[in-house]
Design a protein around this ligand. Sequence first.
Ligand SMILES: O=P(O)(O)OC[C@H]1O[C@H](OP(=O)(O)OP(=O)(O)O)[C@H](O)[C@@H]1O
Ligand SMILES: Nc1nc2[nH]cnc2c(=O)[nH]1
Length: 186
Amino acid sequence: MNAPRLADVLGDADVIHDRAALEAAIDTMADAIHDDYADDERPPLFVTIMHGGMPFAAQLAFALGERGLDVEFDYLHATRYRGNISGSGLAWLHRPATPMTGRRVLLVDDILDEGHTLKAVGRWCEDQGAAEVRVAVLAVKVHDRCVDGVCANYVGVEVPDRYVFGYGMDFHEQGRNLPAIYALAE
Ligand SMILES: O=P(O)(O)OC[C@H]1O[C@H](OP(=O)(O)OP(=O)(O)O)[C@H](O)[C@@H]1O
Ligand SMILES: Nc1nc2[nH]cnc2c(=O)[nH]1
């Protein structure tokens, strides 16, 4: 079966946060992250969660660089939605190669929804010996279904309890490069 097409849903979708609002939110996050890591001897290990985290991570990394905070890059790919609009079991497609022992790890992702992804990834980093795991997400979805004990240390914006896409997030693997966050019409 062919995947639904972005062009068929975009016209009826609602813009939830436009580019200017997201850029302002990322700058605010960068201020807080800079303040929390600026005194460390070693840069944090900045781990982008692919694919969705990529545009946000790039922009956040530049904002941190602008503020004088260096970061060391790595990435991982864990997916539980796999192009669908509801989640299932988490599949690891790539694990970070950088040793985490004793490191402060900053996980960077597009969205915290039910929290299964960040729970599993955070636990894995701790098992690798990370001294600390913090989480930066561009968006948090507002509902009461998040798994216990999962929260983000740095949050850009809130989104409603609807399927959202754009700014890294996909609609059936389309629309990740839209420079705003949209919600699918209900
Ligand atoms: O809080 P959760 O309910 O676990 O959902 C959040 C995760 O879902 C999305 O990833 P997805 O599995 O769609 O992979 P992708 O980034 O490659 O699109 C998103 O990038 C988060 O990592
Ligand atoms: N694209 C997208 N990915 C998600 N992963 C978890 N929730 C969402 C969502 O609302 N949109």
